[in-house]
Design a binder for this molecule. Structure first.
Ligand code: ABN
Length: 173
């Protein structure tokens, strides 16, 4: 037997003689409780964890209805349809008429005017349907109703594909 093996055996036997199973379990319990109490107060950088939590909630994700710019949207997000949050997908064109909303951006604490333009010329995209509808009024209040195919104002194609959200200005300056 090598010296290392002898030393290990000696150490293990000594530990076994001087400690009970219950004692070891009790010690492990103390360590676990201590770790649970101390970990939240240790000076660890948790910013990335909170950043992930924010994007998991969709607030930072242009492919999610929770994205701040989409507060008054009604339609399929062009960012899920081959375009982006502000660009129509290839083969479609923006409608001439738009719906305007005011959305609050948590990141800088400001309110922005957002224009919701329908993209026209292809069949409805069918992905990421969002109905956040802030400021929307029932259909009988035509001037404040957003559940409308704004492509109807186009001469080329009135077929609705998806909706883009374009920042047109700051609302509270
Ligand atoms: N403005 C989006 C939309 C398009 C067609 C029908 C309803 C709403």
């Amino acid at each position: 037997m090598s010296i290392f093996d002898q030393f290990s055996e000696h150490l293990i036997r000594r530990t076994a003689t001087h400690s009970s199973r219950r004692g070891i379990i009790a010690k492990m319990g103390k360590i676990l409780v201590g770790a649970a109490v101390l970990t939240p107060v240790l000076p660890i950088d948790r910013i990335s964890r909170y950043a992930n939590a924010a994007s998991a909630s969709g607030k930072d994700d242009p492919g999610s209805c929770d994205y701040w710019k989409y507060c008054a949207v009604d339609g399929f997000l062009c960012s899920c349809c081959g375009g982006s949050s502000h660009e129509c997908p290839p083969g479609t064109e923006p409608g001439n008429i738009s719906w305007i909303g005011t959305c609050h951006n948590d990141k800088d604490g400001r309110n922005y005017l957002v224009s919701y333009n329908d993209c026209c010329g292809k069949t409805p995209c069918g992905h990421c349907q969002c109905n956040t509808n802030k400021g929307d009024r029932p259909g009988y209040a035509m001037g404040s109703h957003n559940d409308i195919n704004w492509c109807m104002g186009n001469s080329n194609s009135t077929v609705y594909n998806c909706t883009v959200s374009i920042i047109v200005g700051v609302a509270d300056d």
